[in-house]
Every structure is written in C-alpha cells, then in structure tokens.
Design a protein around this ligand. Structure first.
Ligand SMILES: O=C(O)CCC(=O)C(=O)O
Ligand SMILES: [Fe+2]
Length: 329
C-alpha cells in the first residue's frame, strides 16, 4: 500500500512557525516492512496508532495487582471516591511492570516510529482520569530528532466515556510547531527575561517561576492555534489490553471526569530512542532550538530488564498525596 509522503497544510498566517517532520521521512522509512501498513498509516496520517488486545487479561490482572499493592502501601492522594493520583517511575521499584512495555509488538512498532532502539525514560500509573489540558509531550521532554519520542498508553480496564478518557487534537502533529523562540518573539518582556535566564547557570525560584510563565505562554499560543484551526478534540475509546501510541508532536490530554465514581486504570510508558538527545522543559523554554546542541542533554543512565528492554535510571519514584512525594529507591 502506498503511503503519502508529502504533508501539506495551510498555516494560519505566513509568520507562523513551520511543522516538524513526523519521522525520518526517507523512502526506507515509509516503505519499511517491519510493521503493518495500517499502523504506519495511522501514525503518519493521525499521529497515533492503536493496537487492540495487545495483552491478555492475565497480563493486565498481574500488572493491576502490583499497582494495587503499592497503593495500599503508600499514600497516593486518594480522592473522596477512593481513587489515587498518579504514580511516577514505579517501574523502577517493580521492574516487572516493564513486561507490558517489553512486548515484541510494542517494541517493533517503536523501532520503526522512532527509527531507533526504544528506551523507556518514564512511566505513569493512573487510577483516575487526569483531566489534563491539551499539551504536546515534546515540550516537556524535548527530543532530538524531534520525532524520536512517543507515549505508549495502556488501558488497564475498559475505559468508560464518563471516566475521563484520553482525547487528542486531530492533525496537530502536522501543525506549525511553536518553539520557545516563537513564543517569546511576540512579547519583548518575555524575550528579554528568557535571554537573561538562558545565561544563568544556577536554579533559583525566580528562574523556575519564569520557566513556568513560558510554559503558560506556550499553552496560550497552542490554544490560539487550535482555535484558528477549528478542529474538534476527539476521544479515544479503549478497552482493557488496548494500547495507543502517540507521536511526540500530537496534542492530547485527559477529558473531564463526568462520573467521578468511575476509575480509569491505565499506564503510560514514555519512550525515546537510544540515540535520542533528551532535553528538559527548562532547556526547551530558555534556549533557541539551534542553541540546544551546545546544552548538555539528560544523562542516559541505562538499566536493562531481562535483556528485553532498557530504561533510564532515576534514583526515585514519585507518589502524590497530592503534593509529589519523592521516594528514594
Ligand atoms: O492519561 C492522561 O490523561 C494523559 C497522560 C499524558 O498526557 C501523558 O502521560 O503524556
Ligand atoms: Fe502527555
């Protein structure tokens, strides 16, 4: 099956930033036989790909049991309906959770999408809907090449439409992409402070506050673009064992929890390629993209799980009560 290679979209105005590539965009990449044309087509056309029933009920039950045990052991900020907040990096305390990430179907897809060997750099476990605003993961974990990062979200139960399912912003992976230099260029005060903080080495509360302000300004730019594009957010309907991968540049978030008595058990693994240079939210917000190459990327302190998959090592996992609690490992 032929896969369209040229992406042409109308930008809202001629001064807008340009879209970023969806992959290596070489004939080898488009023509690869590593995964099905259907998954490739979804990725290129929609910025996400779904694999139904990627896991057996037993695999899902085993995963849920581990997380449930941790939720008994630690305060994870349960709400009045008994559902806890997210847990970050739990796979480091329980590497067996990586069984889901290390499935051949998952890794084969990512090897193609990232054009590299996939490495887990983070995971989150959810018991309830996040209601997170639309965002693009790349700004939080800036990857070079920019397509070499992906989310892999696993439904750990049938997700009700009323439980705050995932949503995505159709076609946003092909939209003009706002780098932080674009965000600051429209506001002389932001531009001046950004230049100032880019040169300061140490981390102060003021600097952190400014980085947060840049994040809000980025979101304003994105929401304005979304409104100009006149698209409608779409919800993903997923059942226990289904997986969705989303592109580093696809905007997504959590829908409102219509019925807060419903849980939304799910997990996400965030992947990069072994050769990806990964930069932080702060680096992305303070530096021009061209200048990032002179910045130090995040250190890749890799660990191996059963020879199946590698993951970046941090020395903590995080629970929420609701303030994040850093638990040493
Ligand atoms: O699960 C959700 O509601 C959103 C998760 C998300 O955006 C992420 O993990 O990158
Ligand atoms: Fe996200």
């Amino acid at each position: 099956m032929a896969i369209a290679s040229a992406v042409s979209i109308e930008t809202p105005d001629s001064g807008a930033p340009t879209p970023l590539p969806i992959g290596p965009e070489t004939p080898e990449w488009y023509g690869s036989n590593r995964i099905s044309n259907d998954l490739k087509q979804q990725w290129i056309d929609q910025g996400f790909s779904v694999i139904r029933s990627a896991y057996t009920p037993d695999q899902i039950a085993a995963y849920n049991d581990i997380v449930a045990q941790v939720r008994k052991e630690f305060d994870t900020g349960a709400d009045e309906f008994g559902f806890g907040d997210r847990i970050g990096q739990l796979h480091q305390r329980h590497p067996e959770l990586l069984e889901l990430a290390a499935t051949p179907a998952i890794l084969d897809f990512l090897r193609w999408a990232l054009d590299d060997e996939p490495v887990v750099f983070g995971s989150l476990n959810f018991e309830r809907g996040t209601e997170q605003e639309a965002h693009i993961d790349a700004i939080f974990f800036w990857p070079e090449p920019t397509y070499s990062m992906a989310g892999c979200w696993v439904a750990l139960e049938d997700i009700s439409i009323d439980a705050g399912p995932l949503f995505y912003v159709p076609q946003s992976h092909k939209w003009p992409f706002y780098l932080s230099e674009h965000v600051a260029s429209g506001d002389p005060r932001l531009a001046e402070m950004r230049q100032f903080y880019a040169k300061t080495e140490d981390s102060s509360a003021e600097k952190q506050k400014f980085v947060g302000e840049m994040g809000l300004a980025w979101t304003d730019c994105f929401l304005k673009l979304e409104s100009d594009m006149r698209t409608e957010r779409k919800v993903l309907s997923l059942k226990a064992g289904d997986v969705v991968f989303w592109h580093s540049l696809l905007a997504h978030g959590g829908s409102p929890r219509i019925d807060p008595e419903l849980s939304r058990k799910s997990a996400v693994f965030h992947f990069i390629g072994r050769n990806t240079k990964l930069y932080t939210f702060e680096q992305f917000m303070l530096h021009d993209r061209a200048a990032l190459s002179s910045q130090e990327p995040q250190p890749m302190d890799l660990r191996n799980y059963k020879g199946l998959i590698e993951y970046m090592r941090y020395n903590h996992f995080v629970t929420h009560t609701p303030e994040p609690v850093i638990n040493p490992l």
